[in-house]
Design a protein around this ligand. Sequence first.
Ligand code: ZN
Length: 310
Amino acid sequence: MALPEKCPLCGTDRRKQNVVTPHVYGDKDHNRAFYHCQECDVRYQYPALSPEEEGRFYAAEFEGFMAGRSGTSGGWQSAENHIRANEATRIRRMQYLTPHIFRGASILEVGCSSGFMLFPLKDSGHECVGIEPSGVFGEHVKKQGIAVYSSIEDLVKNEPARQFDIIQHFFVLEHINALQAFLESQLGLLKAGGKIIMEIPNAADPLYSVYEIPAFERFYWSIAHPWYFSESSLRYLLDRLGQPYEILLDQRYDLSNHIVWARDGKPGGMGRFTAQLGSEIEEIYKNTLIKNRRCDTLIAIITKNGGIKQ
Ligand SMILES: [Zn+2]
């Protein structure tokens, strides 16, 4: 197996790079692994997917791959099912989005998927635009009257003067190879004072960092992700943008989901025992994980404040 020469995020040499896991979900050739950099704390896949492999993956395989990971409950089979299956997710996200979205705000969502976040925002009078490389969902969102482009470059080519108040993306950053260029291109599309609001997996997911469930290890580290961030590695990345930011923590999956992981070694347990446990227990459980910083989700809010510092 090829070993990384240096950390692809901070450049620290191989003496500070350790294997996290040789199990990369979706790596049919078994020639990849995830590494941890002791210097900046990022976890990264090595060798990375080539641009050709990545292009093929997103053009054709992504929905099928996600359906395999989430089972039928994720609703990846059709856009309508997907919108329905993600209503609880939308409500959870709106709790931290709402304070930043003022009346009539212009909103760009990068990776808008089936449009489940954008449709209600459009109905509330916001100007919405989506970026969606996956053909199936992009077409669906366009048919419902929201402009969708296949990439940020495609948007800039078609609407060169367009600027936004909010750029949002959820579980996108961990799919991007050129992280800094990705975020800087978004800062260029923001009005002064505009915000990038994003959600990513937290490498301190309790199924990994507390319970160390072997089946979860084989599931979590995915070929679709060049990176996994912790709070400190996310700070390392965001400091380089030279813009003010804050990081929030959240826990998406509930105690029922964790019990099913422990019992069956499988995802898909959300809400299964909530009626018996009581929603109060679920709430206390989630809040305790967040308080102890052993939770599954990181949220970053970056404010555009003048020029970009290199
Ligand atoms: Zn590093």
